[in-house]
Design a protein around this ligand. Structure first.
Ligand SMILES: Cc1ncc(COP(=O)(O)O)c(C=O)c1O
Length: 394
C-alpha cells in the first residue's frame, strides 16, 4: 500500500500506545491484588454533570439530532460568548466563535486555513504531541524550540524573535500547557504577541486548560490581547466531556467565513446531541459543580506534587493549571537501575502497576529525563500511587 508522505510522517501517539500496553498488563495481572492505577491519560475522571446528561437525553427524545449549521448552534455560540464575558470579562461576539468536534478539529481547521506548504510554525519543546502533526498534515513545518524550567517550559518573546525566519507563519502556544500544566506569564505572552504581530504572523493559543487554572495571575484569556488572536478551547477538560467530542475556536472576523466553509466540507458540523447537552454546561448549577471539581483538581495537585518531590521525583515548575505533573525522573530511574524516562515508565508499569507517560511524546528536549503524571484521578488512587512509589523507590 503506497501511503502519502503525510501519513508516513506520522509518529505513534505514545500516550495511546502506553494506554494499550497498560491495559494488557492490567489484564495479565488481574488477580495480583494490585490493580493498575492509571495516571497516564489526561482525561477528567468526572463525567458530565446531571443537567448536561439530562439535556442530552431530552435532545435525543425530541429528535433534535439533525445536522446543525457548520459553525454550531447559534444558542451555544451565544452561551460561550456569555461565558467569556462572565468569567474573563472579555467581549467575544458569538459570530467569532465556531463550535467544533473537540479542540482537535479546531486545531486542524486553523492549520488547514492558515498554513501553506513549507510554512514554519514555532512551538515549545515540550508541547502537546498532536500539534506537530496538525502542522505537518497541512504541509507546514513544526519548529520545536527547547523550553526550559526557567521559562516555565514555554516560548519567550526573545526566542520567538530569534527563531523567526522568512518561512515562519506564526506561533502555536498552549497555556496552561500539556504536559507541564504551566502557563505563560501574562507579560511574556503580551511580548510574544507583539513580536508575532510585528512580523505579520499569527498567534494561535490553545486555552483548553484555562478553565482549570488555579492561580489568579495566570487565569486570563489571551483574547484580551486583541481580535487577531486565535484561541482554541474545548468541552473536554473543564467541562469533563472528553468523549462527547465538542470544542470551539475563537477566530478573527476575517477567518470566520473561510473556517466555516472548511468545516462544512470536512465535518459538516459537531455532534448535535452534544451541542444541545452543552447548553446546560452554563447553567448556574452546572458551573457550581464544575467549580467544586476544579477545587478538587487543585487539592490533588497540592497533595501530589510535594509527595513526588519528597520521593526524589522533583517537579521543577509548579503547575498553575490543568492536571499534570512533569517530573524529573533521573534520580528515581537510577535507583531502579534503568535509564531514561521510557524505561522508567515501563518499570513503574511492570513493577508497581502504575501507568504514566514517558516524555518522548512531547518533543526531544530533555524529554528522556521527564515523565508526565496525570492527576485526573481520585485522591485515594493518587495516595495509593504515592504509597507504591515509596515502596518501589525505598
Ligand atoms: C493541549 C491539548 N489540546 C487539545 C487536546 C484535544 O482535546 P479535545 O478532546 O478537545 O479534542 C488535548 C487533549 O488532551 C490537549 O491536551
Amino acid at each position: 500500500m503506497q501511503l502519502s508522505r503525510r501519513a508516513q510522517r506520522i509518529e505513534p501517539f505514545y500516550v495511546m500506545e502506553m494506554a494499550k500496553r497498560a491495559q494488557e498488563v492490567a489484564r495479565q495481572s488481574k488477580d495480583s491484588g494490585t490493580p493498575m492505577i492509571y495516571l497516564n491519560i489526561g482525561e477528567p475522571d468526572f463525567g458530565a454533570p446531571p443537567l448536561v446528561q439530562e439535556a442530552a437525553e431530552r435532545a435525543i427524545r425530541a429528535g433534535r439530532t439533525q445536522y446543525t449549521q457548520a459553525p454550531g448552534l447559534p444558542e451555544l455560540r451565544e452561551r460561550i460568548s456569555g461565558w467569556y464575558a462572565q468569567r474573563f470579562g472579555v467581549d467575544v461576539p458569538a459570530r467569532r466563535i465556531i463550535v467544533t468536534a473537540g479542540a482537535s478539529a479546531a486545531l486542524q481547521l486553523a492549520c488547514l486555513a492558515l498554513i501553506n506548504e513549507g510554512d514554519e510554525v514555532l512551538m515549545p519543546d515540550p508541547s502537546y504531541p498532536c500539534n506537530r502533526h496538525f502542522v505537518s498534515a497541512a504541509e507546514g513545518k513544526p519548529v520545536l524550540i527547547p523550553s526550559s524550567a526557567a521559562e516555565r517550559f514555554q516560548l519567550s518573546a526573545g526566542k520567538v524573535q530569534a527563531a523567526w525566519s522568512e518561512r515562519t507563519r506564526g506561533v502555536m502556544l498552549a497555556s496552561p500547557s500539556n504536559p507541564t500544566g504551566t502557563s505563560i506569564a501574562p507579560d511574556e505572552l503580551r511580548r510574544i504577541h507583539e513580536v508575532v504581530r510585528s512580523k505579520g504572523g499569527l498567534t494561535l493559543i490553545d486555552e483548553i486548560y484555562l478553565g482549570l487554572s488555579y492561580e489568579e495571575q495566570f487565569g486570563h484569556t489571551a483574547l484580551q490581547l486583541g481580535e487577531d488572536i486565535i484561541s482554541i478551547n474545548s468541552f473536554s477538560k473543564y467541562f469533563n466531556m472528553t468523549g462527547w467530542r465538542l470544542g470551539w475556536m475563537v477566530v478573527p472576523e476575517a477567518l470566520v467565513k473561510p473556517i466555516e466553509m472548511l468545516a462544512q466540507h470536512l465535518f459538516i458540523c459537531a455532534s448535535t446531541v452534544s451541542q444541545y447537552a452543552a447548553l446546560a454546561c452554563f447553567e448556574p448549577e452546572s458551573i457550581a459543580e464544575y467549580e467544586r471539581r476544579r477545587a478538587e483538581f487543585k487539592a490533588r495537585r497540592d497533595y501530589f506534587i510535594p509527595a513526588l518531590d519528597a520521593l526524589g521525583l522533583p517537579v521543577p515548575v509548579k503547575p498553575d493549571g490543568a492536571f499534570y505533573a512533569w517530573a524529573d525522573c533521573r534520580a528515581a530511574a537510577d535507583r531502579l537501575g534503568v535509564q531514561g524516562s521510557w524505561d522508567f515508565a515501563y518499570a513503574l508499569m511492570d513493577r508497581a502497576h502504575l501507568a504514566i507517560t514517558p516524555g518522548r511524546d512531547f518533543g526531544a528536549f530533555e524529554t528522556a529525563d521527564f515523565v508526565r503524571f496525570s492527576t485526573a484521578n481520585s485522591m485515594e488512587q493518587l495516595q495509593e500511587a504515592i504509597a507504591r512509589l515509596k515502596r518501589l523507590l525505598a
